[in-house]
Design a protein around this ligand. Structure first.
Ligand code: AMP
Length: 398
């Protein structure tokens, strides 16, 4: 049995189900420009509606500061949800109070209703008990399907779970299964690939991963501080001088606990950070004073790929070079492609997410061959840091 209560344990027929979803989608000129998150929510919405539940969608959109703001209305998003799930979606212009109560009272089993942006009430983010009560009045059970908001203890992401029967939706369940498979009970050996610009935002993450994985492959700008810590010249590369000692501590801890850290052994450098700038590939001892390290060199790529070839599981966060600017995408593309190929043939469980990772893996053409890609940003990172997520903890089967 799953460690979390799921829809398999819920009797939803005829029930009013408050379903927390992630509808925080990109929008331009009043139109949704990427429906990925809506598509992920669709499975749970349709399952509940098919089972005869009255499905009441709760979600936040953007960061309204002072109550309702027209540009943050969920109405156009609700219309897009209707297109994606191929069912009508009613809309109420408030998420609590008479408007919401009237709309819920009019629902029949199988209907779907979207309530207005929960953050139009500042009480949402404060997890205010009276606001939670006003929401709880509208439903019989609460289903949380928004992993991406689960790192926050807000009224709709956590508070409701104290007031009513609480279950994980299918998207949440898939996310928890994938994350569990990657770090909690992984097939070993397990590696983490960590890249991105800086170490500073990822210290907790590195610390936790070092406890959990056998091999830590470090690339991107953050590798430069490690190279400097090892005494290699890094020229004008992005680095964090104040964290050189921290990088040394991380390497010492890895050594003491028999974990392997894989760092670049050769790199691609340029003196200008721009598309198609002249580049050189050099060993890490030959970076010149005016050089910037912007990508892995071929031997580093080979090293990362051969390390991954020994693994059964890999968790991935961050690009291995400045991938948005060609030709500095080669390291990210080649290592991701190698991981994706082994993943597609069933030899490797690949779980990725957070920040620019999804864009980098899409760029590499690797995303659809990975086992699981999390669209969550902050929540995925906090999970990688080993933190308990309030919106997940509340769903644990007691
Ligand atoms: P993060 O949000 O920490 O995952 O960082 C992602 C950013 O790191 C991307 O915009 C990359 O272009 C950037 N990045 C990766 N490697 C380097 C590098 N060697 N030098 C400068 N920026 C880099």
């Amino acid at each position: 049995m799953s460690a979390f209560r799921t829809l398999d344990q819920a009797d939803v027929k005829g029930k009013r189900v408050l379903l927390r979803v992630d509808l925080n989608v990109p929008m331009e000129d009043g139109k949704v420009t990427d429906v990925t998150r809506i598509e992920r929510a669709a499975e749970t919405i349709n399952e509940l509606a098919d089972k005869g539940a009255k499905v009441i969608l709760l979600a936040h959109f953007g960061r309204p500061k002072k109550g309702p703001e027209a540009k943050f209305t969920l109405k156009p998003v609700a219309d897009t949800v209707a297109e994606v799930i191929k069912r009508p979606v009613a809309f109420a212009s408030d998420c609590i109070g008479p408007e919401a109560e009237k709309a819920v009272a009019a629902m029949k089993p199988g209907d779907v209703l979207c309530l207005e942006n929960t953050r139009f009430h500042p009480e949402e983010e404060k997890n205010d008990p009276a606001f939670v009560d006003a929401l709880a009045k509208l439903g019989d059970i609460w289903v949380n399907d928004a992993f991406s908001a689960a790192h926050r203890a807000h009224a709709t992401t956590e508070g409701l779970g104290h007031k009513m029967p609480a279950y994980a939706g299918r998207t949440m369940q898939a996310e928890l299964d994938a994350l569990g498979q990657a770090l909690e009970a992984p097939q070993r050996p397990v590696a983490a690939v960590v890249g991105g610009a800086k170490i500073s935002g990822k210290l907790d993450l590195l610390g936790n991963l070092l406890d959990k994985v056998d091999v830590l492959i470090i690339g991107g700008g953050m590798a430069n501080t490690f190279l400097a810590a090892q005494g290699h010249p890094i020229g004008k590369s992005l680095s964090e001088n104040d964290l050189v000692q921290t990088a040394r501590d991380i390497m010492a801890k890895a050594k003491a606990t028999n974990r392997e850290i894989v760092l670049p052994i050769d790199v691609v450098v340029a003196q200008k950070f721009e598309a198609n700038a002249p580049t050189r590939t050099v060993d890490i001892d030959s970076v010149g004073p005016d050089d910037m390290i912007l990508d892995l060199g071929p031997r580093s790529i080979e090293h990362a790929v051969s390390s991954l070839a020994r693994m059964k599981t890999v968790v991935w966060n961050g690009p291995l070079g400045a991938f948005e600017t060609k030709p500095f995408d080669v390291g990210t593309v080649q290592v991701a492609d190698a991981a994706a190929a082994r993943s597609a043939s069933g030899g490797l469980v690949t779980v990725a997410g957070g920040g620019d990772t999804v864009a980098a893996l899409n760029h590499a053409g690797a995303a659809d061959r990975f086992t699981y890609i999390s669209t969550a940003g902050g929540a995925f990172l906090e999970w990688l840091e080993g933190k308990a997520l309030p919106g997940v903890e509340i769903l644990r089967a007691k």
